[in-house]
Design a protein around this ligand. Structure first.
Ligand SMILES: NC(=O)c1ccc[n+]([C@@H]2O[C@H](COP(=O)([O-])OP(=O)(O)OC[C@H]3O[C@@H](n4cnc5c(N)ncnc54)[C@H](O)[C@@H]3O)[C@@H](O)[C@H]2O)c1
Ligand SMILES: CC(C)CCC[C@@H](C)[C@H]1CC[C@H]2[C@@H]3[C@H](O)C=C4C[C@@H](O)CC[C@]4(C)[C@H]3CC[C@]12C
Length: 369
């Protein structure tokens, strides 16, 4: 990645490249990264859609592997110029054990860093999460905050704990000497709640609404703002950050950036209705139908049932004390740090993001996608 080699073709590795965000990053790199020479897609579960990408001008290499296996990660990283590490176990519902979440998100990230150091890969972009900051368990609002806003980050749930630890590892690795003697340059991107094509929870809400005859019932006050960002813009920010890390190493190295775009500030449910409404669903109630104390009780009951039933069956409903706290606490960002540091501007307008998501929900809701 030197000035004299403008035309040099680069090898990129995307871990978790077959996930919701990962697929968008992969496709975005192929569309928008002119210096891409080879794209390695590393995932535990490879998607069949990768096959169609192999016929294009850029060499696409699919690698089935596990980030918790250091030797598999090292083999995939060897010879790559840039790593975008987006693989992670996203579980706030109690499907996986805390140990497994830690293993994938923390040890997996450690393996990626060590692989970069051992093999001489210098540029690492990590997909972190807003949950590294909050919402915290005390329900403190984070109202249109930025990367410098003071906030009491108090983590107890395994998922945000693991993302916070992994992010710290990535940031602390900035400046480490990699094989060949040059410094590693890292940064972390913190998306809020991502939506868009491939968003399984949105699809689940749509199907649930259809089952209930087209109705969804308000649970959270409309005044609680929940930050959301379109997946295409999150992918674009990853591509830009990866591209600019060398030229702006001194500025960007060791930095965190919230992922943002022009998506409106709304409650979780009102935001979902931007897509589910045009698909024929209605949200009943200007106010929550159930009192909050009852939701707290139901969430606690779900947690108890999950624990009691665990030896027999996995019971993992959407509502639990943690998801209720996240949905019921204002957490929105307003920042221009990524714009100032590496020229990020959203690629997709809100109207475009909305239209693309509606078309996907309509198609996904009626198929077994
Ligand atoms: N979805 C969101 O709203 C959101 C918000 C902020 C941050 N994030 C972060 O973005 C990243 C991607 O999330 P997503 O929503 O696309 O989730 P996802 O589950 O759709 O994608 C994660 C991918 O990682 C892969 N993976 C999991 N464990 C692996 C392992 N041990 N080895 C190799 N690959 C493995 C999965 O197979 C999957 O393809 C995660 O790091 C997540 O923490 C997501
Ligand atoms: C009506 C509610 C009580 C129903 C519960 C909704 C709940 C499942 C939703 C609300 C907020 C969602 C999280 C939020 O968008 C941000 C993230 C960050 C990311 O790193 C992982 C996903 C996650 C936790 C979303 C999961 C689903 C949540 C909790």
């Amino acid at each position: 990645m030197a000035d004299s080699a403008q035309a040099q073709k680069l090898v990129y590795l995307v871990t978790g490249g077959c996930g919701f965000l990962g697929e968008h990053v992969v496709r975005m790199l192929l569309q928008r990264e002119p210096r891409l020479g080879e794209l390695r897609v590393f995932d535990r579960h490879l998607g069949p859609w990768l096959e169609e990408l192999k016929t294009g001008p850029v060499r696409v290499t699919a690698i089935q592997g596990d980030v918790t296996e250091a030797h598999e990660v090292a083999a995939a990283v060897a010879g790559a110029h840039v790593v975008i590490h987006t693989a992670g176990l996203v579980d706030v519902f109690g499907r996986a054990s805390p140990e497994t979440i830690h293993e994938v998100n923390v040890q997996g990230t450690r393996n990626v860093i060590e692989a970069c150091v051992q093999t001489g890969t210098r540029f690492l972009v990590y997909t972190s999460s807003m949950e590294v900051v909050g919402p915290n368990t005390k329900g403190h609002p984070f109202y249109r905050g930025n990367e410098d806003t003071l906030y009491e980050a108090a983590h107890r749930h395994p998922y945000p704990c693991s993302k916070a630890l992994a992010e710290r590892l990535v940031l602390e690795a900035n400046g480490r000497e990699v094989h060949g003697g040059l410094p590693l340059v890292t940064c972390a991107l913190r998306p809020t709640g991502i939506y868009g094509e491939g968003h399984q929870i949105m699809r689940d809400f749509y199907r649930q609404g259809l089952r209930l005859g087209g109705w969804l019932f308000r649970a959270i006050p409309a005044s609680v703002e929940h930050g959301r960002v379109y997946v295409g813009n999150v992918a674009w920010m990853h591509v830009l950050a990866a591209r600019e890390l060398e030229r702006r190493a001194a500025l960007m190295g060791g930095q965190v950036y919230f992922c943002y775009d022009g998506s409106p500030y709304k409650s979780y449910e009102d935001f979902n209705m931007e897509f589910l409404g045009p698909c024929g669903l209605q949200l009943v109630g200007a106010r929550p139908l159930l009192p909050y104390w009852l939701l707290v009780f139901l969430a606690a009951l779900n947690a108890l049932l999950q624990w009691l039933l665990r030896p027999l069956v996995l019971y993992a409903p959407l509502l639990n004390p943690y998801t209720l706290a996240v949905a019921n606490t204002t957490f929105t960002v307003s920042t221009d740090k990524a714009q100032r540091h590496f020229g990020y501007e959203p690629l997709f307008s809100w109207e475009d993001s909305r239209t693309r998501t509606i078309l996907w929900v309509q198609a996904a809701g009626s198929s077994a996608q």
